[in-house]
Design a protein around this ligand. Structure first.
Ligand code: ASP
Length: 334
């Protein structure tokens, strides 16, 4: 008799776990991991399932504590022999949770995040198929060593490159510039390229509060409101800069003031592909001017993901120079 691999499934809320309380009303969180799995009995022909419900929260309200509790459970399941792990999660912030978990996930076993764009009571609901595919992905020997993966709409993405860039469509998740890592087809996965090398992971943070705001540089944004921000009340500041990492001249002055007060300030590109430059432009507020002022450029990492890496580095006691080195070496920053 063939022994099926063990896949551990943790439910963390989101649309996949939502239902309409009454006909005609908007959907709200409801379903547990057992409810989700009961709707997809075909999963049992691919894996033996161990399940838990960590939270039923919509993903805008997922906390770092929720993610760390789920991670702890996943680590325990792998230690007990699970072949892979699946987390169901709201799609709104899924790319961020996947990335944070990827920075902490130190196993060759896959951790696969999935969710749904349509709740189970809508026509063409995708949650059941996504859960089925995610379990197939987590059970497969071909998904080992890629770290945390995101699997929706029959498509597999790396946590580091995936973004939700459509608020309604079933193909809401893309990996701009890089493309997907693989597909799920006919009950099996097909990876398109070998697992890229992974650097060493971060230690579990001791605090769960990530007080790192993101400010977007936009037309006419001079950063005046930042003069009211007390630098001692935040851990760092992330700016989503325009183009290759640019801000207005007054905003550049304002950011320099934060650097002088000892705050780590990083600037990402608000575009979805290619990231920040290093020394392409030399005007006030350009990427090379920001570097001269002690600001760090995040390279290919988006503002949202850079914020989470920054959180783990600050928790681990990295100096400003060590943070700069991390962005330079891992993400082609400066
Ligand atoms: N639209 C979201 C979802 O797909 C809501 C959330 O992120 O929880 O799950």
């Amino acid at each position: 008799m063939v022994t099926l691999p063990v896949v551990a499934v943790a439910a963390l809320g989101g649309t996949i776990a939502m239902r309409r309380p009454q006909p005609g009303e908007p959907v709200t969180p409801k379903l547990s991991a057992d409810d989700l799995l009961a709707a997809v009995p075909a999963i049992k022909s691919h894996a033996q399932i161990v399940a838990t419900t960590v939270t039923r929260a919509p993903s805008p309200s997922i906390t770092i504590n929720d993610l760390l509790r789920a991670l702890q459970w996943a680590n325990e399941q792998v230690a007990q022999g699970a072949t892979g792990v699946v987390f169901t999660h709201g799609t709104d912030t899924l790319e961020e949770s996947a990335f944070l978990l990827d920075l902490l996930w130190d196993h060759p076993e896959p951790l696969v995040l999935t969710g749904a764009m349509r709740s189970s009571d809508l026509l063409g609901a995708d949650g059941e198929a996504n859960l089925y595919d995610a379990v197939i992905c987590a059970a497969s020997e071909h998904s080992r060593s890629y770290g945390v993966l995101v699997c929706l709409n029959q498509t597999i993405h790396l946590a580091s490159s995936v973004v939700k860039n459509d608020s309604h469509a079933l193909e809401a998740f893309q990996s701009p510039g890089r493309g997907p890592a693989g597909y799920v087809r006919e009950g099996a996965i097909e990876m398109l390229w070998p697992a890229p090398p992974r650097s060493s992971r971060f230690a579990r943070p001791s605090s769960e509060s990530c007080s790192i705001p993101i400010v977007e540089a936009s037309v006419g944004e001079d950063g005046a409101f930042l003069h009211t921000v007390d630098a001692t009340r935040i851990d760092a500041l992330v700016v989503a800069g325009s183009g290759v990492g640019h801000v207005s001249a007054p905003l550049a002055d304002c950011l320099e003031r934060f650097v002088d007060e000892g705050l780590v300030v990083v600037v990402a590109s608000r575009t979805e592909r290619s990231g920040t430059a290093r020394a392409l432009y030399g005007y006030v507020g350009s990427e090379s001017d920001l570097v001269r002022r002690g600001i760090i450029l995040t390279g290919q990492l988006s503002a949202r993901k850079a914020r989470l890496a920054l959180f783990l580095m600050i928790e681990a006691g990295y100096s400003r120079e060590a943070i700069r080195t991390y962005f330079q070496h891992q993400w082609r920053g400066n």
